[in-house]
Design a protein around this ligand. Structure first.
Ligand SMILES: Nc1ncnc2c1ncn2[C@@H]1O[C@H](COP(=O)(O)OP(=O)(O)OP(=O)(O)O)[C@@H](O)[C@H]1O
Ligand SMILES: O=P(O)(O)OC[C@H]1O[C@H](OP(=O)(O)OP(=O)(O)O)[C@H](O)[C@@H]1O
Ligand SMILES: [Mg+2]
Length: 325
């Protein structure tokens, strides 16, 4: 008998609340039977799933090792801590939260340094003048090395920083930094600026699958159910349901509605009595309603959708293709 599927969810920090809300919206309610300090949890109604509450960086390491099947974590942590990430793990989908950029930032006082090419000149000059290399404070050691190499920069050395990285130039432990930023206020408060072409990675939270976990039949079926919930919710939130009934409704009009408003007709249609159900992107609702009324509709109703269950599940298909490859 195979063990449960283990889903790793951030236990603290900025990703935690968002991750729980995300699963909740998909109809997957996470609970901690042992109380708030319990680091193991369950999903109501799914017996063969265990939740492991871990820090975002620990989730990346455990995905690499195969000790959890699925996890929610930042792409920055995946790229930094997993060698050959695209072979070891699959980024199944972006989750729309936890957005932040990993950037190269230098003191604002360096007015002539705006680009990575300028930085290259400055690092070379610095080494010639001071007989030592410029120091870059960061916890993103691997991302920094490969980004600097791709810009041909070699005259620098990394000073590993575990926290308060933005303070390093001011206290004199480094000349520049590589760190993550979202609002930019920490950089600004420390008198730093991002180089024009200094964005190393645009990161956000992802749902990630491990290749090396035990993907026997039981866990695979649990993953299918979880991904089915997530896809049904994502599919539902991309559309509103639009209903109407009128005579002049035909295939040519549907084609025009599809081309102009991105509308789909999930149940075909219209029926013999002219009933029509459409799924329409939220931004196009009013334009579609006007279009339908101009063609003779007396009334058009619009409702939001909670779930749309299609036969196809592209998320699970992606996971299966990855595990086969
Ligand atoms: N402004 C931000 N700063 C840092 N990380 C962010 C930001 N916005 C989103 N994130 C994402 O959240 C992830 C986890 O960051 P968080 O600060 O919650 O935990 P941590 O830094 O790993 O832990 P700790 O801060 O307790 O050391 C980051 O790796 C990144 O993917
Ligand atoms: O661009 P901003 O909105 O200013 O955000 C950037 C800051 O947020 C993170 O720190 P966090 O709050 O996670 O504290 P930490 O340094 O202890 O991880 C990150 O390390 C930056 O310092
Ligand atoms: Mg942090």
């Amino acid at each position: 008998m195979s063990g449960p599927l283990v889903l790793a969810v951030p236990s603290k920090g900025r990703l935690q609340e968002n991750a729980e809300a995300f699963f909740g919206r998909a109809g997957l309610n996470l609970s901690k039977p042992g109380g708030a300090r319990d680091y193991r949890g369950t999903i109501s109604g799914l017996d063969n799933v265990e939740i492991a509450y871990l820090s975002a960086s620990e989730i990346a390491s455990q995905l690499a090792r195969g000790s959890v099947h699925l996890g929610v974590t930042g792409e920055d942590l995946v790229r930094e801590s997993i060698t050959d990430a695209d072979k070891r793990v699959l980024l199944i989908d972006t989750l729309g939260f936890g957005g932040a950029n990993v950037v190269v930032a230098v003191p604002q006082a360096w007015i002539d340094v705006r680009t990575m090419a300028d930085l290259d000149d400055v690092t070379t000059g610095f080494r010639a003048q001071h007989n030592r290399r410029m120091r870059v404070a960061t916890k993103y050691i691997n991302l920094t090395r490969s980004f600097f190499a791709s810009h041909g920069i070699v005259d620098y050395r990394i000073v590993e920083s575990a926290g308060a990285t933005e303070g390093a130039p001011a206290v004199g432990t480094a000349e520049l930094i590589v760190d993550i930023t979202s609002t930019g206020s920490t950089l600004a408060a420390n008198g730093l600026k991002v180089l024009d072409d200094g964005v190393i990675l645009r990161s956000q939270a992802n749902l990630v699958a491990s290749r090396d976990a035990d993907w026997s039949e039981g866990p695979r079926e649990s993953a299918r159910i979880i991904l089915d919930h997530i896809h049904a919710r994502a599919r539902a939130s991309k559309y509103r349901e639009v209903r109407t009934r009128f005579k002049g409704c035909d295939a040519a009009m549907l084609t025009e509605a599809h081309n102009r408003f991105g509308v789909v007709a999930p149940f075909g249609g219209p029926t013999s009595s002219g009933m029509l159900t459409l799924h329409c992107p939220p931004a196009q609702i009013y334009a579609l309603g006007s279009f339908l009324r101009a063609h003779g509709a007396e009334t058009v109703s619009v409702a939001s959708l909670d779930y749309v269950l299609d036969r196809e599940n592209p998320l699970f298909a992606r996971l299966e293709a990855f595990l086969r490859s």
